[in-house]
Design a protein. Structure first.
Length: 230
């Protein structure tokens, strides 16, 4: 499996507090069947998560060295989960935040409480510069509760990433049912763990849910979406 959204880079955000925890989280991912992990620390100014790419790269190299030292068979890639605002394009241009790995895919998140930024405008701004916006866990946004906004986001060129937790009912039965409807209508591109030290991934169980409700082919499409490497 490919996990495009994790918070396992140590000492950066609310994910992993140290290198030892990061290694344990990576071991958990491997146990789940994950072969490729995108390390995506928050860049969220209002929460104080403002570590720039150059600083993240140093920690990322240390993490990769420890993974190699311990003989863990997994591929790691660096990215950022970017809280979108009017400075996001400038930050991408100035290499303060970065896309996922070597791709043009940009993982962006929005408010979990109320609609502050205009999501269609954000998608338009990013696609105009050649980026592919990947909307992080929109099932958690209380102001997007209908199918139509997802259809519109997809038509504009965005991709949708939902959390494995949603498929496991961790956000409630209504959200699980809604996410299954999104999958049925082919509006989901990625399922990811959004793993933190306090949130395990659940990818294996979520894969089984999709396989049971839909098909193995659909599960592979969502959990092994290799377009992220394009």
């Amino acid at each position: 499996m490919i996990d495009i959204h994790t918070h396992i880079l140590p000492c950066i955000d609310d994910g992993s507090p140290d290198i030892e925890t990061s290694i344990e989280l990576i071991k958990t991912e491997i146990e789940q069947g994950v072969t490729d992990i995108f390390v995506t620390p928050h860049y969220y100014h209002l929460r104080g998560f403002i570590s720039p790419v150059e600083e993240n790269k140093k920690l990322f190299r240390t993490l990769k060295e420890e993974v190699k030292k311990q003989g863990l068979e997994v591929n790691l890639y660096l990215g950022t989960e970017i809280y979108y605002n009017r400075k996001t394009l400038r930050n991408l241009k100035n290499n303060i935040v970065k896309p996922l790995g070597n791709s043009k895919h940009v993982l962006i998140e929005f408010s979990l409480s109320k609609e502050i930024e205009d999501i269609p405008e954000a998608i338009n701004n990013l696609t105009a510069k050649g980026y592919v916006p990947v909307i992080a866990h929109p099932e958690r946004y209380p102001y997007i509760k209908k199918i139509e906004p997802y259809v519109y986001m997809k038509k504009m060129g965005a991709k949708i990433q939902i959390n494995a937790s949603a498929l496991l009912g961790k956000y409630g039965g209504k959200i699980k049912k809604f996410v299954l409807k999104l999958i049925e209508k082919n509006l989901v591109d990625f399922v990811a763990s959004d793993m933190h030290n306090f949130r395990m991934d659940g990818l294996k169980d979520a894969y089984c849910v999709v396989e049971k409700v839909f098909s193995k082919e659909k599960a592979e499409q969502l959990f092994n979406n290799r377009t992220i490497f394009n």
